[in-house]
Design a protein around this ligand. Structure first.
Ligand SMILES: [Zn+2]
Length: 473
């Protein structure tokens, strides 16, 4: 009997950073890894609407590395298009995915409504990519798989998750196809998908587990050509807090609801518990961030906050942390005076409650706005970082007299050296390392570095490229 060689197709996040999606054809079945949204430029976003190059009903399994939308954001769309297989992810990813996908469906609906009102659409009416029901249908297919537990999907196909750091629940997936009685003459292929690799010694997230020996490795390269700033995040944060509080001000922190908001609370708690600062109130004002914080607290083994040392409670909602979900509570924050911190979303000031806090706080010199992450061009966050002294918020002109500062070194992605460190334990050279999930410049720079420093064969695939793994010597 003859068997086809496994075939790997790069359907997204190839020479770009969003739309992660890989398809592995082995032993006559289809297995997908990640199913993410394209984000950013319009030409990329239009890809979210494209008809799939494969029959979704033929895909038996979908393995999700983590819950960022550029890795899971098209899952409800896939289900709407006929996928009925099993979706595997770690338990925290399952919990966070519910939050992220429901929010995503809500945003899709808002966008469609906006396009319809403005007449910005060729399709009448403009429709969301998926709705709440599609999300519910997708969530019904999820199956949790803990880190480190090998799981057999069928004879000749199994996989195991390993901690990738990065964000709560994030994992790399090692997929093993072939082997005893299956595949080509009992031959086995080990293919490791890195997912997004976190930093070593990161805030909150654990260190990524290094890659094991494998035949093929598919790895991300977001920071493939760059190194992160070495300055201490805690030192920077302490300085900003102290200068703001000495003016009697409030520190305003825009933060993504999942991960960055929890990291910021963790850092501030650390400054207090180590005696570097006296306690001060921290207000977390975002329903989604509050839900995410409770999920972080449910999975203490998956990050650096241990519940045991603090009597069963979590520092993430400790004594000085106030969680606000209702609009009324949010509005009440207008009255508070410093010293105090308000953490709210969205992280790029593209919407959400942070805008209303900016409108209230930016005109006053005692306050500080602290940017904690990447700000895309044309966002309000970028304009403020670039020194704008007047901005428009909710159709109102707002004078900026508050200080605007930036916290460096908070990236959730390993830098170039850390990506090499992730490969450090590999002894037998893989047959090929495929470099994905990075802009061309980063991807090629990392490919070159791995070739030079490790002597491994590398390849930077294009979107839509398909490789037969048996012959890729
Ligand atoms: Zn990610």
């Amino acid at each position: 009997m003859t068997f086809a060689m496994p075939r790997l197709s790069f359907l997204g996040a190839a020479r770009t950073v969003t739309g992660s999606q890989y398809l592995l054809e082995a032993n006559g079945t289809l297995l997908m890894v990640d199913c993410g949204l394209y984000q950013g430029e319009k030409a990329l976003r239009l890809r979210n609407w494209a008809e799939p190059e494969f029959d979704p009903a033929r895909v038996r399994w979908l393995i999700l590395t983590h819950t960022h939308l550029d890795h899971v954001g098209r899952v409800p769309r896939l289900v709407k298009q006929g996928f009925r297989g099993c979706i595997f992810c770690t338990p925290p990813t399952r919990a966070l995915a519910e939050l992220m996908l429901k929010d995503s469906a809500h945003l899709q609906k808002e966008d469609a409504g906006y396009f319809n009102r403005k007449g910005y659409t060729k399709h009448k009416p403009a429709l969301p990519l998926y709705d709440e029901q599609d999300v519910e249908d997708a969530l019904g297919l999820f199956e949790e798989t803990p880190l480190g537990e090998e799981r057999e999907l069928t004879k000749g196909v199994r996989f195991v998750f390993r901690d990738a750091g990065h964000i709560l629940g994030a994992a790399s997936a090692e997929i093993i196809v072939g082997g005893d009685g299956a595949g080509v003459n009992g031959r086995e292929w080990r293919i490791v998908f890195s997912g997004d690799i976190g930093r070593f010694d990161a805030v909150l997230a654990k260190d990524p587990e290094p890659a094991p020996d494998a035949d093929f490795i598919v790895m991300e390269s977001t920071y493939g050509s760059r190194e992160h700033d070495e300055t201490s995040v805690l030192d920077q944060l302490e300085a900003v807090l102290k200068s703001t509080f000495s003016r009697g001000g409030v520190l305003l922190v825009p933060a993504f609801a999942v991960s960055r908001a929890q990291q910021m609370i963790f850092l501030m708690e650390e400054l207090v518990t180590t005696g570097r600062m006296r306690p001060f109130p921290i207000h977390l004002d975002s329903p989604m961030a509050v839900d995410a914080t409770l999920i972080y607290s449910r999975f203490p083994d998956h990050h650096r906050v241990s519940l045991r040392s603090i009597g069963g409670g979590s520092v993430l909602y400790g004594k000085w942390v106030h969680l606000h979900k209702s609009r009324k509570e949010s509005e009440a924050l207008n009255e508070i005076r410093g010293p105090a911190v308000i953490v709210s979303s969205s992280g790029m000031l593209a919407g959400g409650r942070i805008l209303h806090h900016c409108r209230v706080r930016l005109p006053h010199a005692e306050n500080t706005l602290l940017i904690t992450g990447y700000q895309a061009a044309t966002t309000l966050g970028r304009a403020l970082l670039d020194g704008a002294r007047r901005v428009r918020i909710h159709k109102q002109e707002v004078a900026v007299r508050a200080a605007v500062d930036e916290l460096r070194g908070m990236s959730g992605h390993a830098d170039s050296s850390e990506l090499l460190r992730w490969l450090a334990r590999i002894e037998a050279p893989p047959r090929c390392v495929f470099i994905t999930h990075g802009e061309e410049e980063s991807a090629f720079a990392l490919a070159e570095r791995i070739r030079k420093e490790r002597g491994f064969k590398t390849h930077v695939p294009s979107i839509g490229e398909s490789v037969e793994l048996g012959t890729s010597e």
